[in-house]
Design a protein around this ligand. Structure first.
Ligand SMILES: Cc1cc2nc3c(=O)[nH]c(=O)nc-3n(C[C@H](O)[C@H](O)[C@H](O)COP(=O)(O)O)c2cc1C
Length: 220
């Protein structure tokens, strides 16, 4: 499977980078093809007014590497792992710009909209968050946004790892072992049991038959 890791921190040697490296390693060791990108290299502009931004052929004219990142790497991927520091209780502005600019490629007026729209559903998505605060409320807004974003795109949010840290690389000292959990998230991206019950969902009263073996893999 093809996995893309998108690191949204401005720091290349920071805590998100440490977590995303572990997730990438886990996915690689599980046999997947993994490419890691720093958004700082590809996303310079924010969403503008498409009526003034589009060129004569209707293409987005924001001249950075976004189009190449989206069309050549993210669209063909089977899974995407977002790694972001918490900035004022949300994702970084660069990750938000990455998400907002999907609009330029999926709106009815975009030339290749069909191809990009077709690529969105069924991707597996992982989320890695690095932040200073341990208070669970700190990450709720970011988590809710990614949850709704993936639900809207008919994608599976497979797992979320929060690593408590501030200085570069100190996430390795977090006793809740976020680096190990990031590794496992990468390793189990395509196997993780993702469920979404409703009260009337027919299901067994057991979740697991044995270690890691879901009682009913068809239940969502
Ligand atoms: C602009 C900015 C805003 C931040 N806001 C928060 C915050 O709201 N809550 C928090 O716990 N940490 C906050 N932090 C701390 C970072 O999330 C933390 O240092 C993180 O480990 C950085 O990850 P990185 O090394 O991948 O950039 C903020 C840091 C910056 C630079």
């Amino acid at each position: 499977m093809k996995v893309v890791v998108l690191n949204a921190s401005p720091r290349r040697d920071g805590n998100s980078a440490a977590m995303s490296a572990q997730a990438a390693l886990g996915a690689q060791r599980a046999g997947h093809e993994v490419d890691t990108f720093f958004l700082i290299d590809h996303v310079q502009g924010m969403l503008g007014d498409c009526r003034t931004c589009r060129d004569g052929e209707g293409r987005c004219s924001i001249g950075d590497g976004y189009e190449q990142l989206l069309t050549e790497h993210v669209a063909p991927a089977d899974a995407v792992i977002f790694a972001t520091p918490l900035h004022y209780y949300g994702m970084t502005a660069r990750l938000k710009a990455f998400i907002d600019r999907l609009f330029c490629y999926t709106a009815n007026s975009a030339p290749d909209a069909e191809r990009i729209l077709e690529s969105l559903p069924d991707k597996r998505v992982g989320l890695l968050i690095s932040c200073e605060e341990t208070y669970p409320g700190a990450t709720l807004g970011l988590l809710a946004q990614v949850q709704e974003f993936t639900r809207y795109n008919r994608q599976e949010l497979v797992g979320v790892v929060v690593g408590i840290s501030n200085s570069r690389g100190e996430v390795r000292h977090d006793p809740t072992r976020p680096l190990d959990r990031a590794y496992q998230l990468g390793q189990r991206l395509f196997e993780a049991h993702v469920t979404d019950y409703r009260f009337d969902t027919p299901r067994s009263n057991k979740v697991w038959l044995a270690d890691g073996v879901p009682a009913d893999p068809s239940v969502r």
